[in-house]
Write a protein that binds this ligand. Structure first.
Ligand code: SN0
Length: 316
């Protein structure tokens, strides 16, 4: 694996899941593999799980880690080629990515979408510029349209908790006070397509994700119908793709309650976190044994470590 920005960068998912299984069983088996290697983690947006789990994963492999909140502590980056830089931006991505490549053997980048310019967000402008101008592998720590480390952790979690060969997995939209990115659901859909599951997406009309992701996936607009017999319910808010970046209004009744889960197969509840309690999911669901959100968070370290291991092993 050279870069890790989507499931498409994974040439053999089963092999990566095997690596993840080994990491889970013995996290310190390869504790010397990353000796004298440095991972740089660059954040343009807030992070808790991604930052700590990736740092932990790198440390388990013996790597050094440097973390930088680039939006707060770095220079304002210019992303356009040919700009006369006499305005607000202070350093070009060409130099920034080139310079960071002198200090780091692998670079992770977190960059949320603008949610104002769909074409630019969906072209993955910022992470693509890092790939273009860095000379070392780039890992997405959630980009404009995807969150592959989260999705890999989600796959590991489903495999760990499934009780039948082909479980029913439902991705349900849920309300939120703000307009959130489509990265987590897009990415989850992309990875579910690679897994042997019965997969259904449910959301209000107008909350359709990009067909680039949902093509061939079953969409059910009736949430109760979709939840029937579900083994896993993945809960997530996202903003509109068609009315780009707008919050989906008047759908507060899509919140996940214990009552709604009655007709599931005692479904396990998943969420990438952070979650707004009693807006997205009720307390009594999150605090019940059906919730596996902490197991998911735990698998973030496993996912990050499997990816770092893969990149380190294939590096020459
Ligand atoms: C991000 C998202 O993509 O939905 C990160 C999830 C891993 N979530 C948020 O920005 C939530 C912020 C909020 O206001 O609750």
């Amino acid at each position: 694996m050279k870069n890790f920005t989507s499931v498409k960068d994974v040439s053999d998912l089963n092999a990566l899941l095997d690596v993840a299984q080994h990491v889970k069983e013995n996290p310190f088996r390869d504790k010397h593999l990353g000796e004298n290697k440095t991972l740089g983690l660059l954040f343009f947006n807030p992070s808790l799980r991604t930052r700590m789990s990736t740092q932990r994963a790198a440390t388990n492999l013996g790597m050094n880690v440097m973390v930088m909140n680039l939006n707060k502590d770095g220079w304002q980056l210019e992303m356009e080629d040919g700009t006369i830089m006499d305005q607000g931006t202070q350093e070009h991505i060409k130099e920034a990515a080139g310079v960071i490549s002198q200090y780091c053997d692998i670079i992770g980048v977190r960059t949320f979408p603008s949610l104002t310019n769909r074409a630019e967000d969906y072209s993955e402008k910022i992470i693509s510029k890092f790939i273009q101008h860095a000379t070392v592998p780039i890992i997405s720590l959630e980009s404009a349209t995807r969150h592959p480390l989260q999705s890999l952790a989600d796959v590991i979690t489903i495999n760990q908790h499934k009780q039948k060969a082909k479980p029913k997995v439902v991705l349900t939209w849920a309300p939120h006070p703000r307009a959130l990115p489509q990265a987590v659901p897009n990415s989850f859909v992309e990875w579910m397509k690679e897994l042997d599951v019965e997969f259904v997406i449910t959301h209000p009309k107008g909350a359709e994700l990009s067909e680039e992701f949902t093509q061939g996936v079953s969409i059910e607009y009736d949430q109760q119908e979709a939840l029937k017999d579900a083994d896993f319910v993945y809960v997530k808010n996202w903003s509109s793709y068609s009315n780009y970046g707008q919050r989906i209004e008047n759908c507060e009744d899509w919140k996940i309650s214990l009552e709604k889960l009655k007709h599931t197969n005692n479904a396990k509840i998943m969420h990438c976190l952070p979650v707004r309690r009693n807006v997205v999911i009720d307390d009594e669901v999150l605090d019940s044994t059906q919730s596996i959100v902490l197991q998911q968070a735990s698998n973030r370290t496993v996912a990050a470590q499997a990816v770092l291991l893969n990149i380190l092993k294939h590096e020459n």
